[in-house]
Design a binder for this molecule. Structure first.
Ligand code: TMP
Ligand code: ASP
Length: 237
């Protein structure tokens, strides 16, 4: 497979066409963004760390029966994926309150959410990713009702797999965001799973080990991503 022209460049990743219609290359860059692109910095090693982190998680999810776009690592900072027609919606599950739910609902950070919450957001930086519900998705034709149901079921299935994976490695999966797309009509998990798009706390100290370290200027951002990865058994050498 041959890498061809760049199709799209987001805040942290770029996407390239290949000589095969159904396959794309994702490049994980060192750019780190928060607050809808208002805060942007280059963090050394981040592209490599997130690429390998994402590969490890996507393989775990595939093994658990969750269909994903991931096909394999191509280099330290590139992966091969299936070309999806992306659904412009973010699916968020929260096991513990943090971030926007605390601000929106006046909930104290750290409160356990039982059952976990499921929220939908429109992927639109200019509008600051507003919260939506399944009726908006159907009315505006962003996805079919049956695919919304599948996104929800798969997002919770991911929770079953990853909550335990992180707990076994001494960490709490606080929340995470997933994006889905269609591959010849079949719904697959797309985008990435890395400490950029989830919250992970140390189980005992509750220290933040994810992108909140960047958002809140806590320092040691990539060192923490690597620590999480090493605890899961990922090698970054
Ligand atoms: P929130 O607390 O800001 O709503 O975010 C919930 C989780 O989803 C958190 O782990 C960060 C992730 N997320 C993204 O990765 N990108 C986004 O655009 C949004 C809104 C959330
Ligand atoms: N990923 C989004 C951004 O870059 C939101 C965030 O993580 O704060 O701006």
């Amino acid at each position: 497979m041959e890498k061809r022209e760049q199709l799209y460049s987001g805040k942290a990743k770029s996407v390239f066409a290949t000589d095969e219609q159904d396959h794309l290359v994702i490049l994980f860059r060192n750019d780190t963004s928060a607050f809808d692109g208002q805060k942007v910095e280059q963090l050394e090693r981040k592209g490599m760390v997130n690429n390998k982190f994402n590969a490890f998680i996507m393989e775990k999810l595939e093994a658990a029966g969750i269909p994903t776009h991931f096909e394999g690592l191509l280099s330290d900072v590139e992966s091969q994926v299936k070309r999806l027609e992306m659904i412009p919606v973010e699916c968020v599950v929260r096991n513990v309150a943090a971030g926007s739910i605390c601000r929106r609902l006046g909930i104290e950070e750290g409160r356990e959410l039982n059952p976990p919450t499921f929220e939908l957001f429109l992927k639109n930086d200019a509008l600051h990713d507003p919260m939506i519900n399944e009726y908006h998705i159907r009315s505006f034709g962003w996805a079919k009702a049956e695919d919304v149901e599948k996104m929800k079921a798969l997002t919770f299935k991911v929770n079953d797999v990853l909550k335990q994976l992180f707990l076994d490695a001494g960490m709490i999966l606080v929340d995470y965001k997933l994006e889905f797309g269609l591959f010849h009509g079949e719904l697959l998990l797309g985008d990435e799973f890395s400490p950029d798009g989830c919250r992970i706390w140390d189980r005992d100290t509750r220290e933040k080990l994810d992108k909140d370290r960047f958002r809140q200027d806590l320092g040691n951002v990539i060192e923490s991503y690597e620590l999480v990865g090493r605890r899961l058994g990922i090698s970054f050498d």
